[in-house]
Design a protein around this ligand. Structure first.
Ligand code: PEP
Length: 254
């Protein structure tokens, strides 16, 4: 049985006090109100990771994740954080290849393959983001494009290593725009991606792969999205910044 996950991507939001308030609220609400088998991952800005990690119970329902890491283990890369650093403070998850990183920081599929490698070598779980632009969705082979992102960044892995990867399908036209993919559009893409994975690693690995949907998922639409058979939870941006909204999304995945 594949894992259900709801991950909150806080992006570059919240001051220290605000971050602490949100973290405490989410941790308490999950403890009191979430009974089902869903993993909650809070991807805070890196400056808050160490303190956040100290406030969650190892092996509990809530885990902490980073939003990025460098592809090298250490060295002269001013301003960057590494996978061994994350691992050394107990972080479990790392978002890789978010469309904002691809767009604003020029991350490529080849570079992301290296980031995937270093995270897995350090026992971290990459949440690998993929997704097409609006132009491609309307005028091109958008399914082929997303499959290629996965091929080029992930298919060099052994089946065993691939089994530790979480995929997040995030159509760029839906991120932060209020335009959500319909549940049918999400299901269609997730089904295609699972078939693609089955072609490389076989049916068992494909069926065990968690594929999240991201892109303006919120308290109103999460239940419908998560009801689809190949949608295993969500990567949530804006709606992860308010505890009550985020909790509604988490509960929808139970
Ligand atoms: C994201 O940044 O991963 C995301 C899905 O953002 P939003 O939910 O705000 O569209």
């Amino acid at each position: 049985m594949r894992k259900k996950i709801v991950a909150g991507n806080w992006k570059m939001n919240k001051t220290a006090d605000e971050a602490q308030a949100l973290l405490s609220e989410v941790i308490n609400m999950v403890k009191d109100e979430v009974t089902g088998d869903v993993k909650v991952v809070l991807c805070t800005p890196s400056i808050y990771l160490a303190s956040a990690q100290q406030q969650v119970t190892p092996g509990g329902k809530v885990s902490i994740g980073a939003q990025n890491c460098h592809e090298k283990a250490s060295g002269a890369y001013t301003g960057e954080i590494s996978a061994p650093m994350l691992q050394s403070i107990g972080i479990e998850y790392v978002i890789l290849g978010h469309s904002e990183r691809r767009q604003y920081f020029g991350e490529t599929n080849a570079q992301l393959a290296e980031k995937v490698n270093i995270t897995l070598q350090n026992g971290l779980i990459p949440i690998f983001c993929c997704g097409e632009s609006r132009d491609l969705r309307e005028n091109g082979d958008y399914i082929g494009f997303v499959k290629d992102q996965i091929t080029e960044s992930l298919f060099h892995l052994s089946a065993e290593s691939f089994g530790n990867v979480v995929i997040a399908y995030e159509p760029i036209w839906a991120i932060g725009t209020g335009l959500t993919a319909s549940s049918a559009q999400a299901q269609d893409m997730h089904f295609e991606l699972r078939q693609h994975i089955a072609g490389q690693y076989g049916d068992t690995v494909a069926q065990d792969t968690t594929i999240l949907y991201g892109g303006s998922a919120n308290a109103q639409n999460a239940a419908e999205l998560f009801a689809r058979p190949d949608v295993d939870g969500g990567l949530i941006g804006g709606a992860s910044l308010k505890a009550a909204d985020f909790l509604t999304v988490v509960k929808a995945a139970q």
